[in-house]
Design a protein around this ligand. Structure first.
Ligand code: MG
Length: 376
C-alpha cells in the first residue's frame, strides 16, 4: 500500500507532475472546507543602487503581494508590474481585488481550470496580477502535498546552471564598483544599449575576465550598428546578447542574426506562448519571466514549448522580492541561462528563500516555495 503523500511524491519524482490529470488531485485531495481567505498588499522594495536600463531609472519598485489562506495553510505570491507593457502595481492590485471573491471561491485542486478562469477574468494585460495569484496557489498546493515546488515538476535542482548577476547602466566608476561587488558570481549580465556601451564594457573588463552576457533592452535601432556592436562584444568575451533591437524590428533582427555568431535572446519581443514559433526565425532563444507569463504554470509551458522547437531558454526576473525569484528558481533546472537576481538588488526583502553561492542557486527544501516570511 502506498499512502497519498507518497503517491504524489512518486508522481513528482517521475516528472509526471505537470502532466498529471487534475482529476487525480480532485479524487485524493484533502477536503477543502469553504472559501479561501485572499489578501492583497502593495510592497515598496528599496533598491541598493539606483537601477538604470534603457527604459527607466529608479530607486525603488512596488510589487503586488498576495496571501492565499485555506485549510490552515498560507500560500504566498507576488507580481512585479512591467512598465514596458504599461502595467503598474496599483492597477495589478485593483485587478485582483475586483475578482477576489471568485479567487477565494475557486477550487485550487482543479488549478488548470481555475487559473484559466482567473486569467479570463483578469483580461489579457494583467500579467503581474496573474503571477501573484498563480505563485500563491502553487505555493499552497505544494505545501498541502508536502513537497517543494521543483519536485512537483520532477526536477533535480542540482541540474540548474549558474545564475548571472546584473550590472545596470551607470558611470564607469560605479560600474567598476558593482563589478567588484559581484565578485562571487562566475557570470555577469551587463546592461547596454546606450551611447556609452564600449565604456561600460571596458569598465567591467578592467575588473574581471569572467564570461559576460549582455542585455541591450531594445536599445539599438540601426541594424549595422547592432552588428558592429555585437561582433565587438563577442571579441570582449560576451557569450550572448538579449534583445538588441526593438521588439517590432523583427526583420532587422533577423538580418542582424544572420551576421553575428553569438545567440540572440528575445525578451521584450516574447510576451505570449503563441509568439514563440515565429520568434525562432529571428532569435536563438527566449527569456521567460514569471511576471510576463503570469506565473509558474505558464512559464513551465513557455519553457517546454521553446525547448520542443530547439530554442535556448533564459529564465529572468524583474526587480522583485525572494517570493517571485524563489518561485522562478524552482524551474531553473529546465533552462540554459538562469538570470535570477531581482531579490539581490533590494535592501528590504520581506522573505527569505533561494540563496546564491558562487552563482549556484540553493533552493530551500521546505514544501511549496519554501519561503520564510521576515516581515508582513
Ligand atoms: Mg532583458
Amino acid at each position: 500500500m502506498i499512502n497519498r503523500r507518497d503517491l504524489f511524491k512518486a508522481a513528482g519524482a517521475m516528472g509526471a507532475g505537470a502532466a498529471m490529470p487534475s482529476a487525480l488531485f480532485a479524487v485524493d485531495a484533502p477536503a477543502t472546507g469553504g472559501n479561501a481567505v485572499v489578501k492583497t498588499e502593495l510592497k515598496r522594495l528599496v533598491l541598493r543602487h539606483t537601477w538604470t536600463t534603457t527604459m527607466s531609472s529608479s530607486t525603488y519598485r512596488d510589487t503586488v503581494h498576495l496571501q492565499y489562506q485555506r485549510d490552515g495553510v498560507t500560500g504566498y505570491g507576488e507580481g512585479a508590474p512591467i512598465v514596458r507593457y504599461k502595467e503598474s502595481a496599483e492597477q495589478a492590485k485593483q485587478a485582483i481585488d475586483a475578482i477576489i471573491g471568485k479567487i477565494a471561491a475557486g477550487d485550487p485542486w482543479k488549478f488548470d481550470k481555475f487559473f484559466a478562469e482567473v486569467r479570463r477574468l483578469l483580461g489579457d494585460h494583467q500579467h503581474a496580477a496573474m503571477a501573484a495569484v498563480d505563485i500563491a496557489i502553487c505555493d499552497w498546493l505544494c505545501k498541502k502535498l508536502g513537497i517543494p515546488l521543483y519536485q512537483y515538476f520532477g526536477l533535480d535542482p542540482a541540474d540548474a546552471p549558474v545564475t548571472t548577476f546584473s550590472i545596470g547602466i551607470d558611470t564607469p566608476e560605479i560600474t567598476r564598483q558593482k563589478t567588484h561587488e559581484a565578485e562571487d558570481f562566475p557570470v555577469l549580465k551587463v546592461k547596454v544599449g546606450l551611447k556609452n556601451d564600449e565604456e561600460t564594457i571596458a569598465a567591467v573588463r578592467s575588473v574581471t575576465k569572467k564570461p559576460l552576457r549582455v542585455d541591450a533592452n531594445e536599445g539599438w535601432i540601426d541594424k549595422e550598428e547592432a552588428i558592429r556592436k555585437i561582433n565587438w562584444l563577442e571579441a570582449q568575451g560576451v557569450e550572448l546578447i538579449e534583445q538588441p533591437m526593438p521588439a517590432h524590428m523583427f526583420e532587422e533582427t533577423k538580418y542582424v542574426r544572420s551576421k553575428v555568431h553569438i545567440p540572440i535572446i528575445a525578451d521584450e519581443a516574447c510576451t505570449h506562448a503563441s509568439l514563440i514559433p515565429m520568434l525562432r526565425e529571428a532569435y536563438d532563444g527566449i527569456n521567460v519571466k514569471l511576471d510576463k507569463s503570469g506565473g509558474v504554470m505558464e512559464a513551465w509551458r513557455w519553457i517546454k514549448f521553446a525547448r520542443a522547437i530547439n530554442m535556448k531558454v533564459m529564465l529572468g526576473c524583474m526587480v522583485s522580492s525572494s517570493c517571485t525569484v524563489t518561485a522562478a528558481a524552482h524551474l531553473a533546472a529546465l533552462v540554459d541561462y538562469p538570470d535570477l537576481d531581482g531579490n539581490l538588488l533590494i535592501s528590504n526583502d520581506p522573505y527569505e528563500g533561494v540563496k546564491v553561492q558562487k552563482g549556484k542557486l540553493i533552493l530551500p527544501s521546505a514544501p511549496g516555495l519554501g519561503l520564510k516570511v521576515l516581515a508582513s
